[in-house]
Ligand binder design. Structure first.
Ligand SMILES: C[S@@+](CC[C@H](N)C(=O)[O-])C[C@H]1O[C@@H](n2cnc3c(N)ncnc32)[C@H](O)[C@@H]1O
Length: 336
């Protein structure tokens, strides 16, 4: 069996733990400080590793992208199942251990390692993602995958349990938030299993869950920049009514500018009258659409899409990319 890991853990005072890790084949021995700040919690339960690989339904012709391979426990199993693995790892010490281990199993020819920060790296071509990701970057990473990646079959991700619950949440659930609604627009999320903190080395403070994100084959015809700016405005205070959220003076002012080609707004009576009538327009959309007393955390994807189209039809835009005739650019955004 590939990649089994026995370990001896010693605690040293201070920030980090010294972990003496002895790999299954006996002759590779590494000493590593695992950094909390990098989310370095190594998955050591072979049963969980096997389930993650099996549930990912990897074809022998697939290229798998692994984010944060660490010391390679998951990588070795992915290399057995896939044609190729591209692994993006930020920590050069981990890269060294990974390459040494993979070499020992004669699988180096199937592995490409990119020693980079995944959030600053353009993804290479791949068929699917399988990864135990660093939890600290879950939100921008999921957004990058779902919003910034041309086409892939699925992403099997080991996530912090609470974060996974948010991705799986539905309107009305307490965990339902902007991230959930943004992901739902473009992808379906399936729950696979919960994973105990005891299955990691060192143990994190939180439990984890595995989910599979599958991009939808048909997505609503909506400008994605406009959509994300719209959900940012709506979910700013997710439990307030939309009527109350859109009453906010600064918000109305910003939307007025965006909807009017970033026009300079001063204190002239003409400008003030312009903003006043724009505010009336917003209120009119909310009233006639029946959204004034609704809370965003209770609205379905379809209802939110309907509200956005009502706004746009009335000339209310949330991002200049959304306005007719504007170029679609690319901008990074954190959805949480
Ligand atoms: C939770 S560990 C997973 C290790 C391994 N995949 C496993 O399952 O045992 C996360 C890994 O991601 C790496 N990492 C952290 N931040 C990263 C980043 N911004 N870009 C790429 N890798 C990162 C860490 O160094 C660590 O190896």
């Amino acid at each position: 069996m590939l990649g089994a890991t026995r370990r001896v853990v010693r605690f040293i005072p201070g920030r980090v733990r010294l972990v003496r890790q002895v790999h299954g084949n006996g002759d590779s021995e590494e000493r590593l400080h695992f950094y909390k700040s990098r989310g370095q919690h190594i998955l050591i339960n072979p049963r969980i590793l096997d389930t993650i690989v099996r549930k990912s339904a990897i074809n022998p012709t697939d290229t798998v992208l692994e984010i944060g391979p660490g010391t390679g426990n998951l990588t070795l199993k992915l290399l057995e199942a896939a044609n190729k693995v591209v692994a993006i790892e930020i920590d050069p010490r981990m890269v060294q251990v990974l390459q040494k281990r993979v070499h020992q199993f004669g699988l180096l020819g199937k592995l490409r390692v990119m020693e980079r920060d995944v959030l600053r790296t353009k993804f290479p071509m791949f068929d699917l993602v399988v990864a135990n990701i660093p939890y600290g970057i879950s939100s921008p990473l999921v957004a990058k995958l779902v919003y910034g990646t041309p086409s892939f079959r699925s992403a099997t991700l080991l996530l912090q349990k609470e974060f996974a619950r948010r991705l799986l949440a539905n309107p009305g659930d307490s965990e339902y938030n902007r991230l959930a609604v943004n992901v739902k627009l473009l992808a379906d999320v399936e729950f696979v299993m919960d994973v105990s903190k005891r299955d990691f080395l060192p143990s994190p403070k939180v439990d984890s869950s595995v989910v599979i994100i599958r991009p939808k084959s048909q997505v609503p015809n909506v400008d994605l920049h406009e959509w994300r700016a719209f959900t940012r405005t709506c979910f700013n205070c997710k439990n307030k009514t939309l009527g109350a959220s859109f009453r906010h003076k600064r918000r109305v002012f910003e939307l007025f500018k965006v909807s009017n080609n970033n026009v300079d707004v001063g204190y002239s009576s003409k400008d003030k009258a312009g903003v006043r009538s724009f505010k009336e327009k917003i209120n009119g959309v909310l009233r006639t659409g029946g959204f004034e007393d609704k809370r965003p955390s209770k609205l379905s994807l379809e209802e939110l899409l309907h509200l956005l189209s009502l706004f746009n039809q009335s000339g209310v835009y949330f991002n200049h990319h959304g306005r007719p005739g504007e170029e679609d650019g690319s901008e990074e955004d954190n959805d949480d």
